[in-house]
Design a binder for this molecule. Structure first.
Ligand code: ZN
Length: 486
């Protein structure tokens, strides 16, 4: 996405054929007086009361500037402009812009009062330009090539680099969405590994691929057990970006199940096609490391992502099997559809032993139970560390990628006790499935004092404006960047 910054608002109006205005309820009076009345003829200028009714859906007007028609798109969602609301309304407008096909779209940001708000606007804009029609013929596709640039006029004191950083984050989100939306027959552990290798070479950070042979040698028995039914060998991708001024080492662990059939404990077929999204945690972790490298953040951050299919074959893991794990702990597999926690068990134990991170955050589309508990408006946050919980919660609040803290009481661990092995992979109680999943993961963290688990099952893949159905959201990238910057 190319940014074309003009020196004045008038110059911006001269250059564009469409103006998009991220707004809030409390500023509509000012916008009406200072902006809309200048570019919309008095006889067609809607009253402020109509703008308020347009809450949360973008509304389109026709304006004029020096005898030339300009389309104006305005969207207001909340009373106040916050990072979360600016991102959200700008993304909505950006998606809408594609159906208007402007040749020269402009994004108005000079009414935004901080770097964070301007950056959020450009991230929302770039994210909204994502092209979901991966396999469509170009002539049937919504997205026109001219949407690759955006015009603006920046407020005083805001550098162009602020807007460009916003664009970079949006570009990373586009890549993450692409990884998740790509169907399983066009995706594989190897291809995801290639993506990481390519990204690391381009943006100058490290990527290591642990292939199946290496996983065997290391004793990643739980990851390899899940992989048994698949024709594509499992891998572990480790990416690492390190700034010399970084104060602590952060490990992001992401669940990378390319497609989850459930295995022998096969899923209901009704929504099984959504299961191409079961690597949303891995994609977000890998994308976040790329973003850190591209933005040059002063952090030391790694992504550790176990990647495999959960398929069905003659060799598949069976319910009742007892497997080993990298941590040397035995696991009774009650349900082969609780595979995410198996591969994460190895990744978490490996992260602790091999890299001794100061902080560990894992992201996984882990349980349907978290959706049953809190729906599609927040991810579940599981940690015993109050300080870590609060810093993540705040980052979620300001980015709009919200988190809601769930309990981690030790009583829940009792539901994971197996008669035959050290632990079982599913509580057989009809409640608290997301909590017992988190307790299972905790068992493999060596009681790391600063570990949090984010269950993003309701957040990584949901209706979000790009199409009629569910698609990727890139949830986690903005949240973690905000958290690392705080
Ligand atoms: Zn599963």
């Amino acid at each position: 996405m190319q940014l074309i910054a003009k020196n004045t608002f008038e110059e911006l109006l001269e250059a564009i054929d469409m103006l998009c205005i991220p707004a809030s309820k409390e500023m509509l009076d000012n916008l009406h007086r200072d902006v809309l009345s200048k570019v919309i003829p008095a006889e067609t200028l809607p009253p402020v009361s109509e703008l308020i009714f347009a809450k949360s859906a973008p509304i389109l007007f026709f304006g004029q500037w020096k005898g030339r028609r300009i389309k104006i798109l305005l969207c207001s969602e909340n009373d106040k402009l916050t990072e979360a609301s600016v991102y959200s309304v700008t993304k909505k407008m950006s998606i809408r812009v594609r159906s208007e096909h402007p040749e020269k779209p402009g994004l108005m940001v000079h009414h935004l009062s901080s770097q964070e708000l301007v950056q959020a606007a450009f991230t929302g804009w770039t994210s909204g330009q994502y092209d979901l029609g991966i396999f469509k013929k170009p002539e049937d596709n919504n997205l026109k090539s001219n949407s690759t640039s955006v015009y603006t006029f920046l407020p005083k004191g805001i550098n162009q680099s602020t807007a460009e950083e916003g664009i970079t984050i949006g570009e990373v989100q586009q890549e993450v969405m692409d990884l998740v939306n790509t169907p399983a027959n066009h995706q594989s552990p190897e291809l995801l590994g290639d993506w990481a290798t390519q990204s690391a070479a381009t943006y100058k950070y490290k990527a290591t691929i642990l292939n199946k042979e290496k996983l065997n040698e290391l004793g990643m028995h739980a990851l390899l057990a899940v992989n048994r039914g698949s024709e594509d060998p499992a891998i572990m991708i480790v990416t690492h970006y390190s700034h010399p001024d970084a104060k602590k080492r952060i490990a992001l662990i992401g669940k990378g199940v390319i497609f989850d059939t459930g295995g022998v404990s096969i899923k209901d077929s009704k929504n099984m096609h959504y299961m191409k999204s079961d690597m949303a945690g891995a994609a977000a972790a890998l994308g976040t490391v790329e973003a850190c490298a591209r933005l040059g953040l002063k952090v030391d951050v790694m992504a550790i992502t176990p990647v495999t299919d959960n398929s069905i074959g003659t060799m598949s893991l069976k319910p009742g099997d007892v497997i080993s794990s990298y941590a040397g702990k035995s696991i009774e597999v009650i349900d082969t559809d609780a595979e995410g926690r198996l591969i994460l068990a190895d990744a978490l134990a490996y992260a602790v032993k091999e890299y001794q991170p100061d902080v560990m955050v894992d992201m996984a589309t882990l349980t349907g139970s978290i959706i049953a508990a809190i729906g599609p408006h927040a991810a579940g946050l599981f940690t015993k560390n109050d300080q870590l919980a609060e810093s993540l919660r705040q980052a979620g609040e300001s980015s709009g990628e919200r988190l809601w803290r769930m309990p981690m009481f030790d009583e829940y661990q009792e539901d994971m006790q197996s008669d035959i092995a050290d632990i079982k992979n599913l509580s057989e109680k009809p409640y608290a499935g997301s909590v017992t999943a988190a307790k299972f993961l905790e068992f493999f963290t060596s009681d790391h004092p600063s570990w949090a688990h984010l269950d993003i099952a309701g957040m990584g893949y949901q209706p979000n404006g790009f199409g009629k159905s569910y698609c990727a959201t890139a949830y986690g990238v903005r949240l973690l960047l905000k958290w690392m910057k705080s």
